[in-house]
Design a protein around this ligand. Structure first.
Ligand code: PLP
Length: 375
């Protein structure tokens, strides 16, 4: 039953390369400054949060009580309507977006989904799964939705309920679509039936702590919100949170007798470990600790932007963004720091673990490569 010596050696080598690869990345929005020693023992058990986190279940090897605390924490943070919210811990932002769109489709079967050009690549696939009609809206230069294009596109289809898929932090530039502006347009065109989903995969864990607070949550008119748990919060296993208005969820829930629970979640078996991870972060950091993390990241981003500009690199970032965007870097720099690159742009994402020393070294690398002469 034991591994062979060579297999052990292989795992050891993989551990070392994982450690090195984790040290150097700057281009992906994933925190790595976590410590979950307290949770290691739970890997000995087949934890599985089968079914609805809020229902009864005959299966008890689960962490659903912790999951409920996590969801309750986010419901308050995202200003969900009192006694009218529901949610669960997902496998990541993509699943939360799939859930939000699924709910929207069940409520507005004839609806059309509007989303911007800068929307995450996974959304087109979700729309394809669900077979929903959709129209892509132009983006502004900074990655935010072009509201004039949204208004004109909606105006031409006033007989069809709109489903707005808003980005709260786009993948390349961390642009945030503004729900105040979007709702204003929907009011202006007198849409009584509508649905707004916030894809806050990237910024949902940060936006509540920002000043001014971005318009993205339930109090700003969202009907559902998806957040990735392994991005700003940090987790060894991808995870996320989805929240929706309970009155909407109740309309589509179906009861299943096999587990004595409701079939409200996308998958049947669900991760029982990641709710403990999120709970651990919430309990150990608290609201104050999380707010300090956000401020630290913003300070690092401001440092990176200034440092690059002083070096003659035309770096920029959206207001209150931890993503700093700059012209595409040389292949060697891209590989060294694992920098995501698209449409001639690269970026660093100043997650809490990114240090000023790393930014300095990156800037030196950029200046040393001929493809990146100052412009
Ligand atoms: C990361 C991200 C997603 C996908 O989330 P996963 O957690 O990777 O499934 C969707 N939308 C945006 C804006 C993202 O940043």
């Amino acid at each position: 039953m034991a591994l062979s010596t060579s297999d052990r050696a292989r795992l050891q080598a993989f551990l070392e390369s994982t450690r090195l690869n984790t040290q150097s990345y700057l281009g992906y929005p994933v925190s790595k400054d976590f410590e979950f020693e307290d949770l290691v023992e739970f890997l000995r058990y087949p934890l599985n949060n089968l079914g609805d986190p809020f229902g009864d279940s005959t299966w008890r090897v689960d962490s659903r009580s912790f999951e409920r605390e996590v969801i309750t924490f986010f419901a308050e943070l995202l200003r969900a309507p009192k006694n009218d919210w529901w949610g669960y811990v997902t496998n990541g932002g993509t699943e939360g977006n799939l859930y939000g769109l699924y709910l929207a489709r069940e409520l507005l079967p004839k609806g059309i989904v509007y989303y911007s050009q800068d929307t995450h690549y996974s959304v087109a696939k979700n729309l394809h799964f669900l077979g929903m009609r959709h129209i892509m809206i132009r983006s502004q230069k900074n990655g935010e939705m072009d509201y004039n294009d949204l208004r004109e596109t909606l105006r031409a289809r006033r007989d069809i309920p709109p489903i707005i898929f808003a980005n709260i932090g786009t993948t390349m530039t961390e642009a945030r679509d503004d729900l105040n502006t979007i709702n204003h347009i929907l009011d202006e065109l007198a849409f009584s039936q509508r649905y707004v989903h916030s894809d806050a995969a990237l910024c949902g864990g940060m936006a509540p702590f920002m000043e001014p607070r971005p318009a993205f949550d339930f109090a700003d008119g969202a009907d559902s919100i998806s957040i990735s748990g392994h991005k700003f919060f940090g987790s060894p296993i991808p995870c996320g949170i989805v929240l929706a208005r309970k009155c909407n969820v109740d309309r589509i829930a179906r009861s299943i007798s096999y587990i004595g629970n409701l079939d409200t979640t996308i998958t049947g078996s669900r991760n029982g470990f990641t709710p403990l991870v999120l709970w651990h972060t919430i309990r150990s950091q608290g609201v104050e600790g999380l707010a300090a993390r956000v401020q630290h990241s913003l300070d690092t981003a401001s440092y990176a932007e200034t440092r690059m500009r002083n070096a003659g690199i035309s770096a920029w970032r959206n207001p209150n963004a931890i993503t700093v965007v700059f012209p595409q870097v040389a292949e060697s720099v891209k590989q060294k720091w694992q920098l995501a690159t698209a449409n001639g742009q690269s970026h660093v994402i100043c997650m809490p673990n990114v240090t000023r020393a790393q930014i300095d070294e990156l800037v030196e690398d950029m200046l040393a490569t001929p493809e990146n002469v100052p412009q």
